[in-house]
Design a protein around this ligand. Structure first.
Ligand code: HEC
Length: 218
């Protein structure tokens, strides 16, 4: 009998709590607080590990599409037509990955063709570290940095390890045909992405991920 009574009281308390809870309106502030708590529940290490996975997946997918587009454009239409296929910002895949992961996907470099691909101060530091590692012959590794309490930056070095790249990033008059360079200069008057050799650090993928999106994908 006592058992049933306890159970009954427990049930009533439970219902009362639930009734009470229903009355609390979910304001935007409360929603943010709940999200912040969720972020705290997962350890920073777990979030960083997932950022590495996600970033790598986004960079690899983008890189693959870029390579396939470039190769087929060069073989069917020639360099002048292929020039437009090296702009990742114009790739539909990058658009859909950005939407899917709420990520900002860029490629940055110290020697840019498109001034939009210039690195910011954090990206500069990371690029310098990649360059130093390459000179010490250390294997290129992806990296994750904290931007602020809401965003992380995933980066991955881009090595110029395919002779195909030299047709647009090599030496003018040698690997780059004079007429192709005229077109490149017309489109990118401040171009400094030439005179590269295979094995050079061409730049890096720079992928800004929100912690919220990382958690949602876990
Ligand atoms: C057909 C010509 C062409 C080929 C081949 C080519 N690129 Fe590019 N590359 C460009 C153009 C044009 C841009 C500027 C794109 C933009 O507007 O963002 C560019 C930009 C880049 C950037 C961004 C930084 C910057 O300089 O603005 C990287 C990194 C890059 N290319 C790497 C490569 C790699 C690696 C290869 C070989 C797999 C390659 N490219 C092959 C034409 C080419």
């Amino acid at each position: 009998m006592r058992k049933y009574l306890c159970f009954g009281i427990g049930l009533m308390l439970f219902m009362a709590c639930n009734l009470g809870r229903d009355k609390i309106p979910i304001t935007p502030e409360l929603k943010k607080e709940m999200e912040n708590r969720q972020i705290k529940k997962l350890s920073e290490a777990q979030i960083f590990a997932k950022a590495i996975d996600l970033g790598r997946q986004i960079a690899d997918d983008s890189q693959k599409t870029l390579a396939v587009n470039l190769k087929s454009a060069i073989s069917t239409k020639g360099i002048s037509e292929a020039i437009q296929f090296c702009n990742v910002a114009a790739m539909p895949l990058v658009d859909s990955l950005s939407l899917q992961y709420q990520a900002t996907i860029r490629r940055v470099s110290f020697r840019v063709r498109n001034p939009k691909n210039q690195p910011d101060s954090l990206e500069k530091e990371i690029l310098e570290a990649y360059q130093a590692n390459l000179e010490k012959m250390l294997p290129p590794q992806p990296n994750v940095q904290q931007i602020d309490d809401q965003y992380l930056l995933y980066t991955q070095p881009i090595l110029l390890n395919n002779p195909l790249c030299l047709q647009c990033h090599g030496q003018v008059g040698n690997e780059i045909k004079k007429e192709d360079y005229d077109l490149l200069k017309k489109l990118y008057p401040q171009d400094s992405a030439i005179n590269h050799q295979t094995g050079d650090l061409r730049g890096m993928w720079s992928i800004k991920l929100s912690k919220k999106a990382i958690i949602n994908s876990m």
